[in-house]
Ligand binder design. Structure first.
Ligand SMILES: Nc1nc2c(ncn2[C@@H]2O[C@H](COP(=O)(O)OP(=O)(O)OP(=O)(O)O)[C@@H](O)[C@H]2O)c(=O)[nH]1
Ligand SMILES: [Mg+2]
Ligand SMILES: [Zn+2]
Length: 359
């Protein structure tokens, strides 16, 4: 069964995609039973459907169990199926992408950030927030989920002479779109409209104070999200946004605003071949020895690029550091799986009524 044209139109406004997978999921379901998660709270979710504005719903009991993997629960951006006539989620629809990081600490837990996003705006101020190494880290996580990264550099009005192309040479070479904007000015942020067409979902990530909510409000045309000035001496934000929120834009497309991130750890699932360091990988292929460690070996193309200034040593160091973090995380998750496996097969963890933290 296809949704009625009107319901279909509303689903599109919520970012619905007519690919074969989602259409198959729709088969036999009334449009009112398909909902998109727009917010997550301790006590449950807020969803929107094609026929109703936002309302709260409860997760299935299975999601509230302690041993339920975080990626099996819905996050903002997920499409879910509701039980007819009840404010209850019964199922999670297949995702086309899941942006995630590892939770802070040594627990090796994945922390989903947003589901079904096509594009991620990596938002960074051109002020003291600007940090190419952190931007590289964001790019790696965005590319790992298959979404397209766009680097949005805010506060261009305050730093009109800032030209980050040299500092971001490696990223520029990858063909990642980089835009400089005044996030408070609608004309300036209009450059982002191509990524915000109907059916497109865009998540905003970046440190606190980068201007994610300011940008969200300007694109929405209303002051929906709270914003706050950054600290004068170091341009740090005050963690003004505390919950992720999915907002439908008047011209189509949806935005997911999120709290500023303090720490961005890889999950171990990142593909280093596609992590945004292809320039270094291409150089390494030209080294005389296939297992070149780019140390004292003769014929090392990576070292030659460092010598001519074509490659920034800080970028190379970050590539190595991130590679080590990905490997350590992959190992950590794997050994946790082996530790958990016998326990899982045995008795079930007790059910808890509250949603565990994860937003
Ligand atoms: N002049 C200027 N100010 C900006 C720009 N973008 C953001 N700001 C200001 O920067 C401050 C922080 O902006 P927010 O939008 O609250 O930042 P955020 O990224 O949402 O921060 P968190 O919610 O804490 O993660 C506010 O005072 C904004 O007015 C910009 O492009 N130009
Ligand atoms: Mg904010
Ligand atoms: Zn080498």
């Amino acid at each position: 069964m296809q949704p009625t044209p009107d319901a279909h139109h509303h689903l599109l406004a919520l970012g619905w995609r007519d690919d074969a997978q989602t259409l198959a999921a729709l088969a036999g379901l009334a449009a009112g039973r398909i909902a998109r998660v727009s917010a997550q709270h301790r006590s449950g979710y807020i969803v929107a459907t094609a026929i109703a504005r936002e309302f709260p719903v409860q997760p299935p009991a299975a999601w509230t169990r302690r041993d339920c993997a975080p990626e099996r629960r819905a996050v903002v951006g997920d499409w879910v199926v509701l039980e007819p006539g009840r404010d209850q989620i019964v199922a999670l629809l297949p995702r086309r992408s899941l942006l995630q990081r590892a939770a802070a600490g040594e627990s090796y837990r994945r922390q989903p950030i947003a589901a079904n996003v096509d594009t991620v705006f990596v938002v960074s101020g051109l002020d003291l927030d600007f940090n190419p190494r952190r931007i590289e880290r964001y790019l790696m996580l965005v590319r790992a989920c298959g979404a397209q990264p766009v680097l949005v550099l805010t506060k261009f009005d305050r730093h009109p002479d800032a030209d980050p192309t040299a500092a971001l040479a490696g990223i520029v070479a990858l063909g990642v779109a980089i835009v400089r904007v005044n996030a408070m000015d609608a004309a300036s942020v209009a450059v982002l409209h191509p990524w915000l067409r109907p059916g497109c979902s865009v998540a905003l990530v970046g440190s606190s104070g980068a201007g994610k909510s300011t940008l969200t409000n300007t694109l929405l045309g209303v002051e929906k999200m709270k914003t706050a000035a950054v600290r004068a001496h170091d341009a740090r934000g005050r963690h003004t946004t505390t919950h992720r929120a999915l907002l439908a834009l008047p011209q189509g497309g949806v935005l997911i605003d999120s709290p500023g991130m303090r720490q961005l750890k890889p999950t171990g699932e990142e593909d280093l071949e596609r992590s945004g360091f292809e320039d270094i990988q291409a150089l390494a292929l030209q080294c005389r020895f296939r297992d070149c460690a780019h140390g004292a070996e003769p014929g090392c193309a990576v070292r030659a690029a460092l010598d001519t200034g074509a490659l920034d040593p800080a970028r190379l160091a970050n590539y190595r550091k991130l590679g080590e973090e990905v490997a350590a995380a992959a190992q950590g998750f794997a050994s946790k799986q082996t530790r958990l496996a016998p326990a899982r097969a045995g008795k079930r963890a007790p059910a808890t009524r509250r949603m565990p933290p994860g937003h």
